[in-house]
Ligand binder design. Sequence first.
Ligand SMILES: Nc1ncnc2c1ncn2[C@@H]1O[C@H](COP(=O)(O)OP(=O)(O)OP(=O)(O)O)[C@@H](O)[C@H]1O
Ligand SMILES: [Mg+2]
Length: 334
Amino acid sequence: MSDAVETVALRRHFGAFKAVDGVDLAVTRGEIFGFLGPNGAGKTTTVRVLTTLLGPTSGSARVAGYDVVSQGAAVRASIGVALQEAGLDGLATGRELLRLHGRLAGLSRGDAPRRAAELIELVGLAEAADRRVMTYSGGMKRRLDLAAALVHRPTVLFLDEPTTGLDPASRAIIWEQVRTLRSQDGVTVFLTTQYLEEADVLADRVAIIDRGVIVAEGSPAALKAKVGTDVIRLEVDGATAELCAAFTSVPGVTGAEAAEGGVVVHAADGGAALPAVLGILGGRGLAVGRASVSSPTLDDVFLAVTGRPAGHDDTDGAADVRAPAPHPAGGVRS
Ligand SMILES: Nc1ncnc2c1ncn2[C@@H]1O[C@H](COP(=O)(O)OP(=O)(O)OP(=O)(O)O)[C@@H](O)[C@H]1O
Ligand SMILES: [Mg+2]
């Protein structure tokens, strides 16, 4: 079976400006694919081309097996789209809007309300369904967007920054619904986000786009493994060079150095190395104040591949690859 999304050397230029400049993507059916990048990277432009709202300048793209240029109608019948700038009519109720979407998608007079009711349940809007959309919170509107995109049971769902501006609880609700769609209905989800952490928790694979070009691609774990090792931080008095050397005898430990208030140990798998590392301290009668293990984040990946932190679009064009940022202290990540 063909991939859910496949692009080859896809370009979309606006005059001389290269918003999307040679993108190759392959998204497997049933995958949650995270499309990451800072403001202006080319995410929405790519989604607009994939959803047939915008023609490519050159290159090709197939969605659900259909060519976006020559088979646009078949593409549109296969996909659901929740765009970044949603155009919901505030005077209608959520239920009315979903019925209307159903009718527009070709559902019968009887089926459209049934599907609307199902979707209201699915996205958890039962209590608000008969209120005007203008009274909805941002999170409720995004859930209604999601429901509207699902009316005709698409096999490929495009969500453009579905959680931008939402509080953590509302984001978690959307994440849960995306996971359910994939696990229950096998829907392929192509999701853009600026939140590296969102791709990390949700996506099977991610591609990072920067200035119209893919700069990294892989599973979140593989990308993180590329930039570095886990870091174990230990609060301990009397961290000497000799002690640091002793840590390197632990399997998987790649280095250790004294740091303010203690010691920092680098290991391929911090959790696995931690007991032996603590054992060495215990064997020397050294008490540990606080211990933490942190893994590299997708922020570190972004910095490593673009030379600047995510969300900081410096315009000098510098693209030197720098070392990953130091990991935030204190937090325990798996
Ligand atoms: N119709 C257009 N005409 C000219 N330039 C455009 C047009 N649409 C987008 N662009 C430019 O293309 C670049 C990429 O825009 P795009 O909307 O794809 O970015 P994005 O990655 O979705 O960013 P954001 O995270 O802010 O939504 C931007 O510099 C934008 O100004
Ligand atoms: Mg966008």
